[in-house]
Structures are given as structure tokens and as C-alpha cells.
Write a protein that binds this ligand. Sequence first.
Ligand SMILES: *Cc1c(COP(=O)(O)O)cnc(C)c1O
Length: 446
Amino acid sequence: MKYYSTNGKAPMADLRKAVVKGLAEDKGLYMPETIKTLPVEFYNDIASMSFRDIAYNVASAFFGEDVDGDALQDIVYDTLSFDCPVVKVTDNIYSLELFHGPTLAFKDVGARFMARLLQYFIRGERLATRGEVNVLVATSGDTGSAVANGFLGVDGIHVYVLYPKGKVSPIQECQFTTLGKNITAIEVDGVFDDCQALVKNAFMDEELNQHMKLTSANSINVARFLPQAFYYFYAYAQLMKKGVIRNEQRGSAQSSNLVVCVPSGNFGNICAGLFAKRMGLPVKRFIAANNANSVFYEYLQNGIYNPRPSIQTIANAMDVGDPSNFARVYDLYNKEYEAIRKDISGATYTDEQIADTMRKVYRNAGYICDPHGACGYRALSEGLEPDEMGVFLETAHPAKFKITVDEILGIDIEIPAKLQAFMQGTKQSVQMSKDFKDFKAYLMNK
Ligand SMILES: *Cc1c(COP(=O)(O)O)cnc(C)c1O
């Protein structure tokens, strides 16, 4: 499969190049040249298939031309070591719980898949050059923990996680500073933007790139965002198994009454859902739920995309003022505003509305939403038509946002054993100034 750049000024790339480079030469995002639809038989059988086998079928459609079948199956099976159950919350609204992975956030799937795929591509080369690949990632919390855990112990790859000192939650910090092995946490005396600037400067520095192989692991990478399509197929399979999706709706988006709502920040996750629909998954429409960072919501209202600096909210993994995957959504619909509006509607909520929703859902249904999932629930509860049914993606375990959740709901939410295990580890980090000279000197010594 060939991949083109959304900016249209870079040469086509093969999968290996798209994964290793991340961004195209013209700073565009890579898109697969074709999106294969899955056969009718797949949709007929889907309710009786395991998550892993559904995912393997989907992965084969994307990557089957470029990755050997057995290797791809290993990568998929290794990535999906946990379940993503669909849980009924209220009458016609279901939660797809994506938080049962190693760091209790949905990014675990994309991060692990990318780690294993990158390993597959560099294995042969490494024997020849003996060089490691170095992944640099700047984080305000969630991405760093998912990437660090996804790449943990993966041979031939070293990860440097740069995070702002004192500005990530204690739970998140534990998730990437206690791992050791091939993961190095770098504590930057600055803010998130300083971390991001250090990473960007490192990619542009010629001397450094001569010295070591550098790559990035954020959601612009095709290997991180495409595997997120697995969730949508699996949600559909579970709803069909529960008998919620009626027979006559099978296999056709026209007759589907399923609405999928995705709490969105950089729009990688929802973009993977739009790909799933293109592959024939019968979803009627999507809702992109935002916090107060409403750039995409406004675009849907007036057709004008007006990126601006992000605002801090209690759903902080969605504090994005210029969603990087907007370029992919725009490209997928041939830049046609009306076509985008037909498939996606939007919603935007203040912190107060998010907190209010969390309290209502907890009181009325006994379900604890995290602040991100709460945006998803609310958008469905306000936006579903009488004959529709909805699934929202619960993107993180509420205990990851314990301080916020406890305060809003007046509870003392239990921290799952998996999270507690991180908190018992010993923190190890490298202190770093925000001056690129220092960071470069540190890497040149490696
Ligand atoms: C990353 C993240 C999001 C946003 O996902 P995008 O793919 O960037 O839109 C939402 N919720 C949580 C908990 C996240 O970690």
C-alpha cells in the first residue's frame, strides 16, 4: 500500500517509511491510497468473533500487503492483551470502555501496535547497522504513559519521554518514570510547549540526526492512529451480540441507527472511526464531543477553521487548539464541508457542564464517567433522535483523574491494582533545562 501526504507535495511513501518518518517531507500527514471495504461475510460473522480476530481482519485490510501475515497476527494479538467491553449506561446509551489496558487509557492500543510494527521494520536493518531507533515524545501526561508502556521492553528501540516538571499528575508521572529498561524520563524545567520545542528542534538538528536515528510517536503516525479503528468494529460486534442492533440493520450504513460519539482532542481516534465507516461498518453518523476547546465545533457551524491556543480544562487530554488530524478528516471527505457535516456533528462543553453530567450519570445510572467520557455521554443524551441508539467512547479510567472525579462526585474512587503497581515503583528521571543546547549535549553523549 502506498501512502500520500495530505499536503500533496511530498512523494508517495511505503508503510515502512510512513511509520519510521511519521510526518511527510511537506509536513503533511500520511493517508493510505485506498481504504478497503471488508467483505459481507466478515460482517455476518462479526458477532461471534473475538476482539483479536476482528482486529486482525481490520489490520490485514490496512497492512496486509506490507507485513507478513503471521507477523501481523503476532503484533495484533500482543497489542490486544485486554478487553474493551460495551456497557449499558442508560436506556439507549452505551459506553465502550477503552480503559482496561496497561495505562488505563485508549492510547495504549495505538502505542503498543506502533512499537511492535516499528520493531518489525527495523529488525533487519539493526543487524546491519547495530543502531538503535530513538523515539522522542513530549507529553503533558497521557501520551507519555501510553507510549512508554507500549514501547517498554521492545528490543532495538529507546524512548525518551519529555515532560514538564511539576505539571503532570502524580499518577501519570509514575507511569513513565518508574519503568526503567529502554525508557528514559526527562524532567524539563519548563512547560509542555518547551518540551515540544525540544523535540521539534531535535528532529531538525542535522548533527544530532547524523549521530542517532530519531523518530516520533504521536498520533500523526499512521501506525498509531489506524489501529484505533479496531474499537469501532468490536463495539458493533458486541452490540449485535447483545441484540441491540437489529437484524435488518446489519451491513448497511443506510439502515443503521447507530450513532458513535468520540471525545476528541487531536481527532486521531474519531478519524479512525471514520475509516471504519469507509470500510463498511454500519454507523449512521458520528458526534465529536469537545470540551471548551471548540475549534472543530465552530468549523461545523460555519465552515471556517480557526485554530488558536488551547484552553486548560478538567478534560485535559482534549485541550487542543489546533487538532493535528483535522487535515486527515478534511482530506477523507475531499475537503467538502457538506459531506463532513453529513457524517459528523459536534458538541462543546464547559467544565461546569462536564461536572454536572458526571454527577447526573452517577446519580441516575450509578456509572462513573471520567471528564472526557462525560463529554461523550452528554453529547449523545442531547443529540440522539428517538429511533437512534448511541455508543460513546469512555477514553480513560476515572481513577486516572482521581482528584477531579473525587471532588465532583464526592467519592473516594478506588485506584485499580494496575495503577497502584506503578505508584509503588521508584521514580527515575533526568533533570533538563529548557535550553536545546543542554538537551542536544545530553543526546550526543548517548
Ligand atoms: C488522547 C485522549 C483523548 C483525545 O483523543 P484524540 O485522538 O486526540 O482525539 C480523549 N480522551 C483521553 C482520555 C485521551 O487520553
